[in-house]
Design a protein around this ligand. Structure first.
Ligand code: NAD
Ligand code: DAU
Length: 351
C-alpha cells in the first residue's frame, strides 16, 4: 500500500472524476483530496455536492493550461499524488475543433508533469497516475483484443491527443524517473455523464421522445464499463500498481451500438410505463462519424492477474442503474442542458 497524504485530482467535476472524488473523500478521511477543475461545459459542481463540505476536500477552479496555477496548487497543498483526468473528452467535438483537444490534453498534461517533476526532485512526490483511453490503440476488426502491448494507432484528434499525453507520461518516466502509472480504459457509463455521449443522450431523447441518432450502420462495437467498477480499479492502481506500468481496464461487455440502444429502449419502456417497442420506434440512422472506429475490446488479463480486479456490474444491471439515476435526477439533466448544449445538439444533428 503506497503512502498517500495529499492527492490532487484533475477534472474532478467531470463524469469519472466526480465519482473518484466522492470515493476518495469518503473512503480515505485521512487523505486531503484537492480537486482542480476548470469547470468547462463538462464540469459540474453538482456532481460532487455530497462531499463539498467534507473537511478533507478542497475545490480549486483552475486551468491545467495555466502552468503557474498548477505549480502553485501543488506546492500550496503539498501534493504527493496526482490523478490526472482533466481533458477534453468527446470524440465528435474533437472532429469539429481539434485545437482545444491538442492544447488541454497535451500541453495541460505537460504542465502537470513539469510541476510534479519539481516536487519529485525535491523528494516531495510519490505517484503521477494518468488516465487514458483504449482509443489510443485504434480500431479492431471482428477478432482480437487490445492488450497493454498493442501498438498505438490513434485515429481521431481526441485519441491522437490522448496518445501524445500518454507518450509524454512515459517519456517523463524514462527521462526523469518520475513515478508514473497509466491506465487505458473502455467506454464508461453511469450517473453524472454529460448528455453528449451515447448513453445519456439516448436516455434523454427517450424521455423527450426525440429521435435516437445511430451513426452509420449501428454495428460499431464498444466495451462498456460501469463507472463504479472503474473507480474500484483506479483505487487499486493508486495504491498497488507497479511504478512505470500501464494497465488496460474494460468491462467485458462488448456490444454493437444498435443492440445497446435497443437494450436501453426496452429498459425505459418498462420504467416509463410505455408500450413495448415504443422507444425503439425513435431509432434514426444518421450520417456516420468521420473516421468512426469500428470496434474496441479490452484484454483485462494483466489487471486481473496482478491486482485481482475484474468488472462486477453486468451490462444489463449497469444500464438499469444508469437509467434509474437519470430518471430520478431529471433536475440534473435539465441543469446541464444549457444554451451551449442546445447549440451543440442542433449543430450536430442538423448535418
Ligand atoms: P468529462 O469530459 O466528463 O470531464 C472532464 C473534466 O475535465 C471536466 O470537469 C472539465 O471541466 C475538466 N477540464 C477540461 N479541461 C480542463 C482544463 N483545461 N483544466 C482543468 N480542468 C479541465 O470527462 P470524463 O468522461 O470524466 O473523462 C475523464 C478522463 O478519462 C479523460 O482524461 C478521458 O480522456 C478519460 N477517459 C474517459 C472515458 C469515458 O468513457 N468517459 C474512457 C476512457 C478514458
Ligand atoms: O473508449 C473510450 C472512449 O469512450 C473515451 O476515451 C471517450 O472519452 C468517450 O467519449 C468514449 O468515446 P466514444 O466515441 O466511444 O463514445 P460516444 O459515447 O461518443 O460514442 C459511443 C458509440 O456510439 C460510438 O461508436 C459512436 C456512437 N454514437 C455516438 C453518439 C454520441 C452514435 O451512434 N450516436 C450518437 O449520437
Amino acid at each position: 500500500m503506497r503512502s498517500i497524504h495529499n492527492i490532487l485530482v484533475t477534472g474532478g467535476a467531470g463524469f469519472i472524476g466526480s465519482h473518484l472524488i466522492q470515493h476518495l473523500v469518503t473512503k480515505y478521511p485521512n487523505y486531503n483530496v484537492v480537486n482542480f477543475d476548470k469547470l468547462t461545459y463538462a464540469g459540474n459542481l453538482e456532481n460532487i455536492k455530497s462531499v463539498e463540505r467534507a473537511s478533507n476536500y478542497t475545490f480549486i477552479k483552475g486551468d491545467i493550461l495555466d502552468a503557474q496555477a498548477v505549480t502553485d496548487c501543488m506546492s500550496k497543498h503539498n501534493i504527493d499524488t496526482v490523478v490526472h483526468l482533466a481533458a477534453e473528452s468527446h470524440v465528435d467535438r474533437s472532429i469539429e475543433d481539434p485545437n482545444s483537444f491538442l492544447t488541454t490534453n497535451i500541453l495541460g498534461t505537460a504542465n502537470l508533469l513539469n510541476a510534479f517533476r519539481t516536487r519529485f526532485e525535491n523528494g516531495d512526490a510519490t505517484l503521477f497516475y494518468h488516465i487514458s483511453t483504449d482509443e489510443v490503440f485504434g480500431s479492431l476488426g471482428t477478432e482480437g483484443l487490445f492488450t497493454e502491448t498493442t501498438r498505438y494507432d490513434p485515429r481521431s484528434p481526441y485519441s491522437a491527443s490522448k496518445a501524445a499525453s500518454d507518450h509524454l507520461v512515459s517519456a517523463y518516466h524514462h527521462t526523469y524517473k518520475l513515478p508514473v502509472i497509466l491506465s487505458n480504459c473502455s467506454n464508461n457509463y453511469g450517473p453524472n455523464q454529460f448528455p453528449e455521449k451515447l448513453l445519456p443522450l439516448i436516455i434523454n431523447n427517450i424521455v423527450e421522445q426525440k429521435p435516437l441518432p445511430i451513426y452509420g450502420d449501428g454495428l460499431n462495437v464498444r466495451d462498456w464499463l460501469y463507472v463504479q467498477d472503474h473507480i474500484e480499479a483506479m483505487d487499486l492502481l493508486i495504491h498497488e500498481a507497479a511504478i512505470g506500468e500501464n494497465y488496460n481496464i474494460g468491462g467485458n461487455a462488448e456490444v454493437t451500438n444498435i443492440d445497446l440502444v435497443k437494450m436501453v429502449c426496452n429498459i425505459m419502456d418498462t420504467s416509463l410505463g410505455r408500450c413495448e417497442g415504443e422507444s425503439e420506434n425513435l431509432i434514426t440512422y444518421v450520417t456516420d462519424r468521420k473516421g468512426h472506429d469500428r470496434r474496441y475490446a479490452i484484454d483485462t488479463t494483466k489487471i486481473k492477474t496482478q491486482l485481482n480486479w475484474q468488472a462486477s456490474v453486468s451490462l444489463h444491471e449497469g444500464l438499469k442503474k444508469t437509467v434509474n439515476w437519470y430518471l430520478e435526477n431529471s433536475d440534473w439533466l435539465e441543469n446541464v442542458k444549457t444554451k451551449e448544449y442546445q447549440n451543440y445538439y442542433k449543430k450536430q444533428y442538423s448535418k
